[in-house]
Design a protein around this ligand. Sequence first.
Ligand code: HEM
Length: 414
Amino acid sequence: MPISSHQHKAIQAAFQPGRQNFAENPYGVYALLRELDEPFYYEDMNAHLLSRYPDVDGVARDGRMVRSLEAFMPADYVAEQQHLANFHDMPNHERFVQFSMLERDGELHRRLRMIVLQEFTRSWVAQYTSMIQQTVDKLLDTLLEKKDIDFIADFAVHIPSYVIGHVLGVADEDCPMLRTWSENIVQYFDADRSEARKQLAEQATTEFALYLKDLIAQRGRRPGKDLLTRLISARDAGKLNEDELISTSMLILAGGHGSTIDVLGNGMLALLNHPDQLAELRNNPALAPAAVQEMIRYDSPLPFFHRYASVECEVMGISFPKGTKFGLLYGSANRDPKQFSDADRFDTNRNPNRHLGFGRGAHLCLGNNLARLNMEITFSSLLARIKTIELRQTPRFRLGLASRGVRELAVRLG
Ligand code: HEM
């Protein structure tokens, strides 16, 4: 049945990623979207939104649905779309961010992904266990000296830059810079593309690229045991060029950064709002892998990605022309009651839990094993060492559609 004007108005009024109401609870609007038998057209992003699990899953797996327009649309059309999205006139962002592995398709994408895939398998990332444990322990040592903290600023933000920085081969003292650059680059993918944000994104990309260029030159002279050294060997073997080496390193550093901070905050908040589950996890650390998966499902830190139809395609029984943009609401699919029983319930024992929080298909999160290991160690150590954690204030979520996380999380430790 086509969307009634009543349904359309209700959704239009509620689907406002720039408003605080939406940020606090997008799940009510997602439920309205899932009632529709067709995608909802979201004008601000010129995208047809998919909200039900099978539709999101189906498009994410479909090889005809791609990330970039370049491969199949004329150059002037691509340039026009780039202007409309305000992704133009930012030369370094265009060169290193907009053409990263995440934005490539088909053979080009496979070539870049295959170079690093082995480095992110569960068995490979297991070697980082003690490094992550030490990073978390050191942070907890300083945290335990305090009583009232912001879980985000005092704890979560410090973890991913050190962990991913270490994997790639960045010196500890440089890690705080990675954070600022990553945030400024990633934030520009959200709906707010103001001039100020644009300049920050371009400046961050420029500085990040210069930094990586320098690091690559140093590592070329003095190889280490890190991922960057192996990427340099791949470049020397002709598997990727210098720009691709920089953009892949940047994507790995930036892609896993904000998402990990956000999911640590969202996961902590979910535990604080469900004290029975927190107590169960504290008493049974073996639950950590399932609990972490549930944190990613329940409040996904990256709830929205797009795809373009590279040929005319049928979605939800409707035919869409080549070039159509679809919005994949991973955050909504993860709350689809037809896929997950009691979908709005936070359940650290949930099994099976085939959530879409890491995406699906060709672009499935490359860093998902590292992210999960990181979170498992963080929550197990935190609960083992801190006896009580209380919420001091109801937190507020950041505005936006593409990423989801709290601005701060004021807690009292005991
Ligand atoms: C809990 C934390 C994380 C979440 C929720 C997350 C989520 C995602 C999602 C949903 C995608 C798919 C994008 C799409 O469908 O188009 C993705 C892709 C990606 N993620 Fe993550 N991510 C996390 C952590 C990480 C980490 C730690 C790294 C790196 C160390 C990383 C690196 C990447 C890369 C490189 C891609 C692009 C893969 C490709 O295009 O083939 N992510 N991530």
